[in-house]
Design a protein around this ligand. Sequence first.
Ligand code: SAM
Ligand code: ZN
Length: 287
Amino acid sequence: MPSIPFQALACPLDGQPLALVENNTWCCAAGHSFDIARQGYVNLLPVQHKRSQDPGDSKAMVAARQRFLQAGHYQPLAEAISRYVATWAARQPSGAEGFSCLDAGCGEGYYLRRLARSVPHELALIGLDISKWAIMAAAKQDDKQAPVSRWVVGSNAHLPVQPAALDGVLCMFGFPVYDEFARVLKSGGVLLQVEAGAQHLRELREVIYPQLKPERSPALEVPEGFAYIDEETLSYPIRLEGQQAIADLLAMTPHLYRASAEGRARAAELDQLAMTVDVRLVQWARR
Ligand SMILES: C[S@@+](CC[C@H](N)C(=O)[O-])C[C@H]1O[C@@H](n2cnc3c(N)ncnc32)[C@H](O)[C@@H]1O
Ligand SMILES: [Zn+2]
């Protein structure tokens, strides 16, 4: 089902609603304006919200994640996410506008593209990431005539979204900022948080670390403004073939930085690796 464009963006400088002018610039009433780039995304990350010159995932990390995801290793996860969004959207009262959903830290947009294709309800999607490389890669893969999502460079810490504008927020392997998620969600809206479980990529970690940390998932604390709905675990085996695939996986996880040079060298010697994917999907409801 084609997406309807998400409209409720807010100025990152003063929080006022943004209006789309001549289909190429977002403007607020105070005269701040943000052009839509040639590739079809908008940068709503002002310099004062940047902690570094080039924040978030680098161009190389984004390319590695894109190759890894395109190989289909996380397809069962994408299908699970699509099922959640379809269930939420089906609960909307008839006559409601499309189900609006933000992917906060969307990377190169894999999950939004997949769900736009498979969810049979009208959706208004927004993919936001602090990495301009991630958002450029997402926008480049989208159809300019019928885009699946708005693509926005921005930060979860200051979401450029109007208050109570969203029915759903996805935060996958990301950096949740609960008070911002609470601000932008409608009452009764849903937050789906996806995190690595205790066994996630254990076989890779066994190769790169001399000793693994004790395996337990941290206890969940209910974020302020939310109520716990439920959680599920998704576990399945994958098999990586070839050094490039293993290097890509390492490049898209925090292990690339955490591992020692010896650990990374051991991973680089492998030609194949059988591994466990183990992720935790937790649903929270905005009160
Ligand atoms: C581990 S990646 C996950 C990407 C995507 N959700 C996925 O699962 O494929 C984490 C992403 O969060 C982004 N990120 C880091 N800090 C952020 C912030 N403060 N706000 C928004 N995105 C952020 C990174 O640029 C990166 O794309
Ligand atoms: Zn403004």
